[in-house]
Design a protein around this ligand. Structure first.
Ligand SMILES: Nc1ncnc2c1ncn2[C@@H]1O[C@H](COP(=O)(O)OP(=O)(O)OP(=O)(O)O)[C@@H](O)[C@H]1O
Ligand SMILES: [Mg+2]
Length: 330
């Protein structure tokens, strides 16, 4: 697939179980899009602050700010989304303070569950339309939604359908329909999934893929299998032939020395143990990946496990390189 086709829907929703790498993949996709000259906004909706950390620090506010050339980030804070909505819809400027206090937002979102989700999706719709209450137009070519973890994402995406069912007439009805149209239109929105090559995340991805079709009425894009130990290409044969127990301590020591560092006997034992673990884990991962490929129709894009303590921009660049190559393969 051409990268330009991949980015032809302006909104990419990145979905997956907690901790599988949604924010990491969102950041890498943002880099890929920015490399192609697109102005990208990554919308975080969980206030965790993971995204700016990947780009070297700082915090995100409700107003998009530039994290790296061409890549912007924002935090879709519900109170601010409500304030903006009231401003745009009812020109409520001054009194909106009261309506948008955290207590009031808590109160109404408890009274009307799903409203939070609609406010967030409404903000994405504003972004897509290039509108904002401040009057400043921010035209993003690509909007990446770093969605909530797991099952909540389905509730999140189906919230407008619930509202449209509940409210038969009026502006709310119309607005929820606009959001439904935006989500279901493959030219405008594409939901991509992220998983790990592990049993539970794979199972959840298969269920999500089905549920997106059945409950939300949309066809997902691709599934990113993140943090895979061994690459697809040199997998099977070479992995089976690899025998950690036959590694020679003397040879390892010499090779380490040639590379400029000293290994003690303990290190060698640990290393051989780890190699055994690595081989076993890789085999398990390959099995789950095969299961994933059997059970979903979407293409699976494998992304490598990166062995660095705490990912930073160079790692994200690496994943972006990988995505560029892999997308071309599908
Ligand atoms: N390819 C990878 N290689 C190594 N570590 C990774 C990789 N991708 C993600 N990680 C690490 O896994 C952890 C979870 O990643 P990330 O925060 O992107 O997940 P998430 O799905 O956004 O999590 P949450 O559901 O909590 O928002 C982080 O510590 C991240 O550095
Ligand atoms: Mg995250």
């Amino acid at each position: 697939m051409l990268l330009d086709d991949f980015f032809s829907p302006r909104i990419l929703v990145i979905a997956g179980k907690g901790g599988v790498g949604k924010t990491t993949v969102s950041a890498a996709l943002a880099l890929v899009a920015a490399r192609r000259g697109r102005k990208v906004c990554v919308a975080e909706i969980d206030r965790k602050g993971t995204l700016p950390r990947l780009f070297g620090g700082g915090t995100l506010g409700y107003q998009p700010s530039e994290l790296s050339p061409g890549v912007w980030g924002m935090n879709v804070i519900v109170e601010e989304a409500l304030a903006e909505y009231l401003k745009v819809q009812y020109h409520l400027n001054r009194i909106s303070r009261m309506f948008t206090s955290p207590q009031f937002v808590d109160y109404i979102t408890t009274a009307a569950p799903g409203l939070k989700d609609i406010l967030v999706l409404g903000k994405i719709w504003y972004l897509e339309q290039g509108r904002s209450a401040g009057g400043q137009v921010q035209d993003f070519d690509t909007i990446i939604v770093d969605a909530q973890a797991g099952g909540h994402m389905l509730t999140f995406l189906s919230a407008p359908m619930g509202l449209a069912d509940a409210v038969q007439v009026g502006p709310l009805r119309r607005q929820s329909e606009w959001i439904i149209d935006m989500l279901r239109d493959r030219e405008r929105t594409r939901v991509h999934m992220v998983t790990l090559a592990e049993e539970m995340p794979v199972q959840e991805t298969v269920e999500t893929s089905d549920a997106l079709r059945a409950r939300v009425g949309l066809v997902p894009g691709v599934a990113f299998a993140n943090a895979v130990y061994t690459s697809h290409h040199h997998s099977q044969g070479s992995l089976e032939r690899f025998r950690p127990e036959e590694l020679d301590a003397g040879v390892l020591k010499q090779e380490a020395k040639a590379a400029g560092f000293r290994l003690e006997d303990d290190d060698i034992t640990a290393l051989i143990g780890y190699a055994g673990f690595f081989k076993a884990r890789s085999a398990i991962q390959r099995r789950h990946l095969a299961g994933l490929r059997r059970n979903i129709e979407e293409p699976v894009i494998e992304l490598p496990f990166l062995f660095s303590a705490g990912l930073a921009l160079p790692d994200i660049e690496r994943l972006a390189d990988e995505i560029e190559v892999r997308v071309a393969d599908i």
